[in-house]
Design a protein. Structure first.
Length: 201
């Protein structure tokens, strides 16, 4: 496995900020409000805080769901952006953390979890760039089940240990369309075979 060490100090500081903020029960929602907040001043100097704040807000505004979680047994969630919260119908990060018990394990529908984690581990082991792709079901806040596509990147971080960066997109409609097209092709094939059989009588 070709693992990559994060060398960018701002990313390291952001990860350390997220991890330390959780340990001190400081809401990530608060971190996204202002780099002048006490949350930043208690963890980083102001110059670094301003840059980290810009990075976090950039990630928060990305159109795709974006997640950072620790690659250990707990798989604790460090960050989830607004697009991911919308996929799960959550109004805040704290609500999302409560829904998922703040773990990637609870993002994945329980019946899919073992297969998903096995697939991720196998792909990372054999990927030159530590990338993985999986599809699985999730349960939203209202109890509805959706399919998502998950594009993950495994990274080693000096600040908080091994982590995954993950882009997540709702694939429910795409999957339904694919199944509809597949069913249409099967139906067309069966009709063609039936017509050919009738002509051969």
């Amino acid at each position: 496995m070709n693992t990559h060490i994060i060398k960018h100090n701002l990313i390291e500081n952001m990860l350390m900020l997220l991890s330390t903020a959780q340990e001190k029960n400081i809401s990530t929602d608060l971190l996204l409000q202002s780099s002048d907040s006490f949350a930043y001043s208690s963890l980083l100097n102001q110059a670094v805080a301003d840059s980290v704040y810009e990075i976090m807000n950039f990630m928060d505004e990305m159109p795709s769901g974006f997640l950072i979680y620790q690659a250990n047994d707990d798989e604790k969630i460090l960050f989830a952006n607004k697009a991911l919260l919308r996929i799960f119908q959550c109004d805040s990060l704290s609500e999302f953390q409560e829904l998922t018990n703040n773990s990637f394990k609870n993002i994945v529908y329980h019946e899919d979890l073992d297969a998903v984690e096995l697939s991720i581990a196998e792909q990372i082991t054999h990927s030159q760039y530590d990338l993985d792709y999986v599809e699985y079901r999730i349960v939203r806040k209202d109890g509805s089940i959706r399919w998502v596509e998950d594009y993950g990147h495994f990274v080693k971080s000096k600040a908080v240990g091994d982590i995954f960066y993950v882009f997540i997109n709702d694939a429910t409609d795409k999957r339904a369309q694919h199944l509809k097209e597949k069913a249409a092709l099967i139906s067309e094939k069966e009709e063609k075979e039936a017509n050919e059989a009738w002509r051969e009588r």
